[in-house]
Design a protein around this ligand. Structure first.
Ligand SMILES: Nc1ncnc2c1ncn2[C@@H]1O[C@H](COP(=O)(O)OP(=O)(O)OP(=O)(O)O)[C@@H](O)[C@H]1O
Length: 518
């Protein structure tokens, strides 16, 4: 730096001396021919000054043009105007321009004045891969922030310029030029999955499986615009819990019944979209935590439990009920953590009235799917390293998200499971429980029916040898007794059937759910 400054000063003095000398010579020449041309003194002086300015400008253009030609430089790209992009410091230029990197990508990054130390080609199944090493003291942000400029130079879309973190390094980044997340890995073998260890969650641009540390003891906030992949992500998480012997509580606050396949395997499932429904679930969960707390003294380690609440706006729409819901959520989040119960709340409305301080403070693992603005990204993720922005997630690869957890901040695409896989896992959970003789009789009575009225069930049970009296009340009581003997408890009686012919009875799914809990 000092050397450069001294050089600049010397140049300035030399230029000043040259200018004075040239001015004197030019004035002399013009004075000599002044009378011949019939010029006045002011005209002579004005002409001298004008000629010198023109000469100086011409010399400057010639010199800088020659310098650029020799250095093989181009004009700075217009795209360097990208928001937040600053011209690199002089000393950075010095260190990176001295060696011309051998690969075309290396040279492109140098042209964009990125402080790169090396750029090597690395294989990628469908695109063009590069390993970029940034010169100290810079971090990979010095290159990742040039995404727009690189896309502009290569005349491709920003979505085709992708970066992947290199675990444990702040100076190395993998870069993919091409469509992101085309390389979909096989689902890892989940047999023997331990929820107390790392769990697989997604994959990177190269198709490598990425994990997160054990989710036990954490709560999740999952947010992003509609169709980003939140439900698929939560279904995958629920699937992991099923496969690893964990318990499930699902409050589905959306009307489409997205989680219905899990219903029979849930300890508690509610799709009523009501305040009562969500509050009932939170009460239930706190109750389980309290029981677990008491039995802890016996030395047992309870199965992890995942509580999904999707979509939280449904329970916040009414201000008074919303307040109650938030208080209950806060209480639940703090009380159940040590009981190996984790809460995951999702929303497709990343706004501050939905993701309130209470939500943010209690759900400490944040997962952002694609959003429409940098502000929305910040709303979900809070403080993140420069350049991390869920607005920039690829629209072409649904299910891509940024996760912020104790391991750091990283982008990945979620592992995807089909409805068939969910149904298999649920069936396996149900099959794993051997029903006792009473439960078997009740299930046999249902056969393929989803719903039986109390009377129909009483008739079928009589056929199995149960002594069930006629008459509404004793019959209902006797049927309930058989159910309780078989399942430990009886599900609520509900009304089903066409209007005008509604019948009181019970759903088979509710009985199976009870079975899954035992
Ligand atoms: N990891 C993934 N890999 C491939 N496709 C995915 C992935 N995640 C989601 N998708 C696809 O993206 C679409 C939207 O996913 P999903 O329903 O989970 O979004 P969402 O964010 O829950 O939407 P909404 O908020 O409207 O409920 C689905 O059709 C799904 O098949």
């Amino acid at each position: 730096m000092a050397k450069q400054k001294q050089q600049q000063e010397e140049e300035l003095y030399a230029q000043a001396a040259g200018a004075i000398g040239t001015l004197a010579i030019a004035a002399g020449v013009l004075a000599a021919i002044k009378d011949k041309l019939g010029l006045s003194w002011p005209a002579t002086l004005a002409l001298t000054a004008g000629a010198l300015v023109a000469l100086g400008y011409g010399a400057y253009k010639a010199r800088t043009g020659l310098q650029r030609l020799l250095a093989g430089r181009r004009q700075p790209v217009a795209v360097l105007k990208q928001q937040g992009l600053q011209a690199p410091a002089q000393d950075t230029q010095e260190s990176t321009d001295t060696v011309v990197l051998p690969t075309a990508m290396g040279q492109l990054l140098q042209r964009l004045e990125a402080p790169v130390e090396s750029v090597d080609s690395i294989p990628h199944p469908t695109g063009e891969g590069h390993m970029v090493r940034v010169a100290a003291p810079h971090t990979t942000a010095a290159v990742t922030r040039l995404r727009e400029a690189i896309a502009s130079e290569l005349d491709i879309t920003q979505e085709d310029v992708n970066f992947a973190r290199v675990e444990g390094s702040i100076r190395n980044a993998r870069m993919l030029i091409g469509t992101p997340y085309t390389h979909i890995p096989q689902l890892p073998d989940l047999a023997g999955l331990d929820l107390d260890a790392d769990i697989p969650l997604g994959y990177d641009l190269w198709g490598n499986i990425l994990t997160m540390p054990s989710p036990i003891g954490k709560h999740f906030l999952v947010a992003g615009e509609t169709e980003g992949g939140k439900t698929s992500f939560l279904k995958f998480l629920a699937y992991l819990f099923l496969m690893a012997g964990g318990r499930l509580v699902i409050v589905d606050g959306k009307p489409d019944g997205d989680y219905a396949d899990f219903r029979e395997a849930c300890d508690y499932y509610d799709n009523s979209l009501t305040h009562k429904g969500v509050m009932g679930a939170l009460d239930y969960v706190r109750d389980v935590a309290e029981k677990r707390g008491r039995s802890k003294r016996d030395g047992g380690r309870p199965e992890p439990m995942l509580v999904i609440i999707d979509e939280i706006l449904t329970f916040k729409e009414d201000p008074a009920e919303g307040k109650e819901f938030e208080s209950a959520l806060k209480l639940t989040a703090s009380q159940v953590r040590s009981a190996r119960i984790l809460v995951a709340c999702a929303t497709q409305h990343p706004r501050d009235d939905v993701i309130s301080t209470v939500i943010k403070n209690n759900l400490t693992v944040q997962i952002a799917f694609k959003v429409m603005s940098r502000a929305a990204s910040r709303m979900i993720l809070g403080t993140v390293p420069e350049g991390v922005n869920a607005e920039l997630l690829p629209a072409s690869a649904r299910g891509t998200f940024i996760i912020k957890d104790p391991r750091g901040v990283r982008e990945m695409r979620g592992l995807f499971i089909t409805d068939d896989m969910i149904q298999h896992a649920v069936k396996a959970r149900l099959d794993a429980v051997e029903p006792n003789e009473h439960a078997k009789a009740v299930l046999a009575a249902y056969g393929n029916a989803d719903f039986l009225s109390t009377e129909e069930l009483a008739n079928a049970l009589r056929g199995c040898g149960y002594d069930i009296p006629d008459g509404a009340q004793p019959m209902g009581v006797a049927v309930r007794e058989v159910i309780v003997k078989g399942f430990g408890a009886a599900p609520d009686v509900i009304q089903q059937g066409p209007a005008g012919a509604r019948r009181k009875g019970r759903r088979k799914a509710d009985l199976l759910a009870l079975l899954a809990r035992t």
